[in-house]
Design a protein around this ligand. Sequence first.
Ligand code: HEC
Length: 318
Amino acid sequence: MKLVYSILRVVGLVALAIVLAEISLENNDKYAFEVYPFLWLIIGVVFLIAIAIEISAGALHSVLYKSLTPEARAQFDLTENSKKEAKLEWWRKAYKNLLDKKPVENEGEIILDHDYDGIRELDNNLPPWWLYGFYATIIFAFVYMFKYHVFDGTTQREEYLIEVAEAQEAVDEYKKNAKGLLTANTVELLTGETDIKAGNAIFTANCVACHKVDAGGGIGPNLVDSYWILGGGVKNVFNTITEGGRPGKGMVAWKTNLKPDEIAQVTSYVLSLHGTTPLDPKEPEGELYVDPDAHVEQVEVEMKDSTSVEIKMGYDGE
Ligand code: HEC
């Protein structure tokens, strides 16, 4: 029994040291022991010291015990036993108090006077363990009500929204640095020769069947003019290639076959063809797309007649 107590004390002490280390060295989501591996060393030392203390206390105890005269020893045993007895008695009493049951011999005092075919009912007190639990729930309910409904504590919904916002921030931060994770919002026009060449290769391998080698258009629309069905500019074109055209038109979503940075390359290649003259161009389809960021270089206003004018604008890169 003594050995069991010793082991429990040692384990308890080590556990306490670990918990204290975790609490005091708070480190976001990581365990303190992951961040500071030398803590294991400290715990090891605590463990050894605890064992040493247990051993020397045990040894001291037995040396002192052996040094007693036989009478003193008997006296000592007696007091030890009565201490143990008193402890046990305390537990027994506490257990009884928590149940608050009438002993069988006194049941007559609490029996109710109805009788159903010999089945009778006792009017026991509610067991205190249950009753105090019930009071505890009432107190909890008040605390809860005041915290969340009177003083506007953070509700589960708000906690959820806060966490989602934090996660969104982390995702944005990650996306900023990850090249393979381009989206229509973050994509930029690529102008480097290698990117345009790679885009050309992707276009030749996947797109010429419908858009023709010179992108003049076939089954798919002309991609070199200024008119776009689904919107021009790098972001719209990236989005069209990623997500596909309108349903049933034949332009599939390429995100299943091409990686985002490949789509950015082929987008940039397609846009680099803007203004070239294909052999057999298809008629423009869709709407004239004007890049909102383009720098207007020249504006020509031509009087057609007295009521209408034609405005021609030259943009960068045209
Ligand atoms: C099976 C034929 C087909 C293939 C292959 C194809 N497209 Fe298309 N593409 C179309 C059609 C049809 C449309 C028109 C979609 C619509 O009207 O919604 C289109 C539309 C587009 C548009 C939008 C044009 C606009 O006016 O808004 C772009 C950009 C485009 N394709 C690029 C590509 C690229 C890049 C590839 C190769 C990765 C490709 N397409 C492969 C048939 C194809």
